[in-house]
Design a binder for this molecule. Sequence first.
Ligand SMILES: CO[C@@H]1O[C@H](CNc2nc3cc4c(=O)[nH]c(N)nc4cc3[nH]2)[C@@H](O)[C@H]1O
Ligand SMILES: [Zn+2]
Length: 375
Amino acid sequence: MTAAVRYELIKTCKQSGARLGKVHTPHGVFETPVFMPVGTLATVKTMSPEELKDLGANIILSNTYHLWLRPGHEIIREAGGLHKFMNWDRSILTDSGGFQVFSLSDLRKITEEGVHFRNHLNGEKLFLSPEGAMEIQNALGSDIMMAFDECPPYPAEYEYMKSSVERTSRWAERCLAAHERPNDQGLFGIVQGGEYEDLRRQSAEDLVSLDFPGYAVGGLSVGEPKDVMNRVLEFTTPYLPDNKPRYLMGVGSPDSLIDGAIRGIDMFDCVLPTRIARNGTLMTSQGRLVVRNAKYARDFRPLDENCDCYTCRNYSRAYIRHLVKSNETFGFRLTSYHNLYFLVNLMEQVKQAIREDRLLDFREEFFEQYGFNKP
Ligand SMILES: CO[C@@H]1O[C@H](CNc2nc3cc4c(=O)[nH]c(N)nc4cc3[nH]2)[C@@H](O)[C@H]1O
Ligand SMILES: [Zn+2]
């Protein structure tokens, strides 16, 4: 299939095996490894599209389940699609709703057909199938769509995981069949299998046989320890083709982004930077900083003295602490901008380390400075 979503492998780091690449979509190109800001309800909370471009974002995420519920995908279709609706002319990836159905709503029943569950906003009964998830994503017109999958809870029994993986593979085939414009937008398969190597292999081989333009590693960042995530990546990515992008869903923190890149991951997303920004927690080159802390009341330095973002060039810890404590919206815009810039800029540093074949050295330096090595 000659999908319009195409991956270009530029270089592999000799020291770590991490990859430098480019992904071409109908709305432009983005370099990898990449961190993708999350805009669940058609907005990356508190950020304008201009600010997202300014901080370096070339692709953002949105969500099938949430947009289906609010405002409804038909309204977005009538608006001319999600790009037009939210005034974002670069790439958009939409998650399929698989994870949200399993994480947001209770009273759900999984059948071969799809999932019966309750609307997490008003309790009404809903049903979502692979075909339904594709109809919504086709209406949104995202550049990269995700197959409808089951993200089982962690941990899950082997037998349950095996039957879930086999159903997710059958659902992936149904998503391909329901993809209206395969030569114009890309549909990624999502590898499941929990922490079971044979099931991860089976899931990857099932999906690779369907020749998707890209593959996600799902079922992680669901509460498992970081060493379990790293181990799963180590035995899963080798089953994925080198000439396609690999997307680790729901990750994450600075250490997980670096460790994921080292294990062959190209794309990342997480609500973490914008979520913690809204309670005044900042990612800085010296580690986490909680700006509400009284010790910053008269601290007129920038949040991060090594950061050249708009927030750090123009505002002090004392001012941002005042805004956050006063619950001023501008304060959360400044903290969100900085945290997103921090992760996008971290990926710039990771790419440079890959170019110089020294990503493991960079990992040591960054972990030391950020304080990840502290017991
Ligand atoms: C660490 O942050 C918390 O955890 C979530 C991120 N973790 C995560 N794991 C995911 C797995 C999947 C998957 O297997 N399939 C599909 N379709 N989408 C997924 C989305 C995922 N997001 C945030 O929501 C936050 O609450
Ligand atoms: Zn900054």
